[in-house]
Design a protein around this ligand. Sequence first.
Ligand SMILES: NC(=O)c1ccc[n+]([C@@H]2O[C@H](COP(=O)([O-])OP(=O)(O)OC[C@H]3O[C@@H](n4cnc5c(N)ncnc54)[C@H](O)[C@@H]3O)[C@@H](O)[C@H]2O)c1
Ligand SMILES: [Zn+2]
Length: 363
Amino acid sequence: MKQYTVHSRLGDYPVLIDTGLLRDLPSLLSGMGWPSGSRIALVTNPVVLSLHGKRIGDSLLSAGYRLETLLLPDGEAHKVLGSVSSLLDQILALRWERREPLLVLGGGVTGDMGGFAASVLLRGVPVVHIPTTVVAQVDSSIGGKTGVDHPMGKNLIGSFYPPKAVWIDPDLLMTLPLRERRAGLGEIIKYAMIGNARLSALLETGIQSLGGEPFDEALWSEAISESVSEKSRIVSEDEHEGGLRMTLNFGHTFGHALEGALGFGGILHGEAVGLGMLAAARVSERLGLSGGLSERLLFLLKAAGLPYQWPRDVSVEDLQKFWGSDKKTQGGRATIILPVSWGKVMMTRDYDQETVRLALSDL
Ligand SMILES: NC(=O)c1ccc[n+]([C@@H]2O[C@H](COP(=O)([O-])OP(=O)(O)OC[C@H]3O[C@@H](n4cnc5c(N)ncnc54)[C@H](O)[C@@H]3O)[C@@H](O)[C@H]2O)c1
Ligand SMILES: [Zn+2]
């Protein structure tokens, strides 16, 4: 078992990673101060419930927990305030109490909404994340960002709310569709490119297996725990995104705008991040800040089975419409993160539209 500790102003929390970890769920819960007999709200979605939730629920019931299963709708299109509001209605109807935990089981969409609900319910109830997608295991479950989308843009409503713990079982990924698993590799490549040398080495030799079938459990466990160590380290140092945590947005300014331009759901988040990193690498090369990075990245994206061609119908103007509403925008111009070498990125607002246009046309 691997364990990392994330430092947070509202309390440090452990991230545990182990295959088969959930077999021991009752003892994990009682270790957190929720012994048998406690009420637990399992917050999940119908897809994850049928694949994994029933088994988890049964193990809790047979250990004597009082289980309430609450469903959020599946899909980014439902990551909206209305879904959180109905979840809160259901929990409040149970006369939930402040020390009773939410156990949030699912991908980033479920995690972001479940975490947000926990942060506002009774001004904050404990939440434990059990992430079930690659994106959720290596990224969204760690760091305490919660929230929902708004017609004005992604993740515009939300809170910083650290969980009490994150329990990661890489085995849960076995049921994940290949396309989703590959999309998660977009975020893992990001950790390599912003500085994790061990991940870079692992990807160099393992990217094809990670992006292929059958599911390579040992390799995935390693990639996940290395990614978790990177994310934990960064958010521990800079929880509220004053500086270092901004580097995690590498690939995301272009990526989010691309998601927006294609309509949410038109491209998977991790796929958009892959293309966003490629765009950033090309901008960096056009500005003379680096050389050859886009090629190395292109190799990884291809080998991972991720999209590597910029959609033809998305122009700089389309992207800019979405930059305007990005949370990281100041004075209408987005701060972008550019790679300067493999393993090093910088933040800048010093670029012009023409450079970006040319960089995108290179793709
Ligand atoms: N809070 C953060 O710091 C943060 C970081 C990164 C991403 N995010 C957010 O995460 C979301 C994307 O998350 P995602 O990629 O996990 O998407 P997702 O939650 O929509 O999951 C993808 C699909 O896989 C299904 N699924 C989940 N687990 C499964 C499993 N084990 N087997 C089979 N199917 C499974 C889901 O039901 C869904 O249909 C975005 O909304 C993004 O904004 C948040
Ligand atoms: Zn992301």
